[in-house]
Design a protein around this ligand. Structure first.
Ligand code: BJ8
Length: 436
């Protein structure tokens, strides 16, 4: 992809309608989606001031998310490579890369398609689950249409049961994720990884070897290193980049080409390093610094950070799977045999402290550590409505933060806009309170 200043339109400019039709999308509904997405992007992203130049690449990627990127996926498929669609950061991308595959996160961040989803799911299902089901049933997600394999996982009950229904519309392979982290769970999880490796070998007709897996580990780790670098730069006071832009980078990490993406994030970080050196921040000194913690925010779920950053505060870190939870741990690169590499993958992924685990003390400790490291003035705990793991765990998070004297605001919301006013009032009051 080349850089372009065509931003804010979800289809860039080229006509991809034939490709979308061949993929089986509902063209009329898809046009509507692109219009909504394009307008939201303009209103939320393009109105920000002093954005780093490096964000132009990300603007371009988002403008071509359903266009050029899908064309690239179709091109790689023509060469005999496979596309694997996923919903969770537990999916070992390095294995997919090792057999020449492309790993993409599937659409799950918008309300559109919800009517279709509610025909097969209860209304009181979390918005993320309703969203991916709606995207499939309403024919809106080119990524799922382009996928040769869709992989789900047994994390929360809602997802687990929804995958059984999704399987009626698109074959869905489900990995069993343990709920605890004992030695027994580790054995189970390792077995799942080996079975997934075999599934990929069968799908692609290619063997996972020491050499190609080492390469896959390196590519995934390099991407994580670049995102860690971005995260570290946000510790600076004032922060050199808005929370909205940093979130966008983390969101795009799930579907852009990993090598190209890593390079652009590193270029962006070079620019941000200069800003930090010169004491240039995206906001004034004294702007309240917020850590957002909780459920993941898939594209185009920008609602809460947008409210926070238009209420006089800045988001400096996301304790979330679309944020540092998915990037902070690397796979050890010193494995020599295939078995050692699979051990390293097992260990790395089992460190992810999703609220689906019990007990989950690591997450609570980590939130406190992040609050200190990023010198935050307050934590906003965000749960998607009806997401039991995160809404319930919010209680423990709040208690632990209270003990440390760190203020926390607990919010539960979905992808709709009806509660924007109410959320804004609560967030503004919280920002004023932590401003002191
Ligand atoms: S590792 S956070 S990506 S499961 S918001 S669907 S938990 S009811 S998305 Fe997640 Fe993997 Fe965990 Fe991360 Fe269920 Fe909650 Fe909905 Fe959720």
């Amino acid at each position: 992809m080349e850089k372009s200043d065509r931003v804010g339109s979800a289809s860039g400019g080229k006509d991809y309608r034939l490709m979308w039709k061949e993929l089986g999308l509902n063209l009329e509904a898809h046009d509507q989606l692109l219009n909504i997405l394009g307008q939201a992007y303009k209103d939320i992203y393009m109105t920000q001031e002093n954005r780093p130049k490096g964000m132009q690449y990300l603007d371009f990627v988002i403008s071509e998310a359903h266009g050029l990127r899908i064309e690239e996926l179709m091109d790689t498929k023509k060469k005999g490579n496979k596309v694997v669609g996923t919903f969770c950061v537990y999916m070992p991308e390095e294995l997919i890369l090792s057999v020449g595959g492309t790993c993409v996160g599937l659409c799950a961040g918008a309300e559109i398609g919800i009517d279709e989803a509610e025909k097969v799911l209860p209304r009181n299902t979390c918005a993320l689950i309703k969203s991916f089901m709606g995207f499939k049933l309403a024919g809106l997600c080119p990524y799922i249409q382009a996928s040769d394999l869709v992989v789900g996982e047994t994390t929360c009950d809602g997802k687990k049961k929804a995958y059984e229904i999704l399987n009626d519309y698109k074959e869905t392979y489900v990995m069993e994720i343990p709920q605890m982290k004992t030695e027994r769970d580790k054995v189970l999880w390792r077995g799942e990884i080996v079975q997934f490796k075999e599934k990929l070998e069968q799908l692609t007709g290619r063997k996972v070897t020491e050499e190609n897996l080492r390469q896959g580990i390196k590519i995934s780790n390099d991407k994580r290193r670049a995102l860690q670098r971005l995260s570290t730069l946000r510790k600076a006071i004032p922060s050199p980049i808005s929370g909205l832009d940093a979130l966008l980078v983390n969101q795009i990490a799930f579907y852009d080409d990993p090598l190209r993406f890593t390079k652009s994030v590193n270029d962006l970080c070079d620019e941000l390093e200069e800003r930090v050196k010169n004491g240039f921040g995206i906001t004034k000194n004294g702007t309240p610094r917020i850590l957002v913690s909780g459920s993941p925010m898939a594209v185009p779920n920008w609602k809460v950070p947008y409210i926070i950053e238009t209420s006089g505060a800045i988001v400096v870190a996301e304790e979330s799977c679309v944020g540092e939870r998915s990037t902070r741990d690397l796979v050890k690169e010193d494995g020599k045999t295939l078995d050692e590499m699979i051990d390293a993958i097992t260990d790395r992924y089992l460190k992810i402290d999703c609220a689906c685990f019990t007990p989950n003390k690591e997450r609570i400790d980590h939130i406190i550590q992040l609050a200190k490291d990023f010198k935050v003035d307050g934590v906003i705990h965000y749960s998607i409505q009806f997401c039991t793991p995160y809404t319930v765990e919010a209680h423990k998070v709040e208690k632990a933060l209270q003990k440390k004297g760190i203020p926390m605001l607990k919010i539960e919301t979905d992808y709709g806009m009806e509660d924007m006013g109410q959320l804004k009032t609560r967030i503004e009051a919280f920002v004023e309170m932590v401003r002191g």
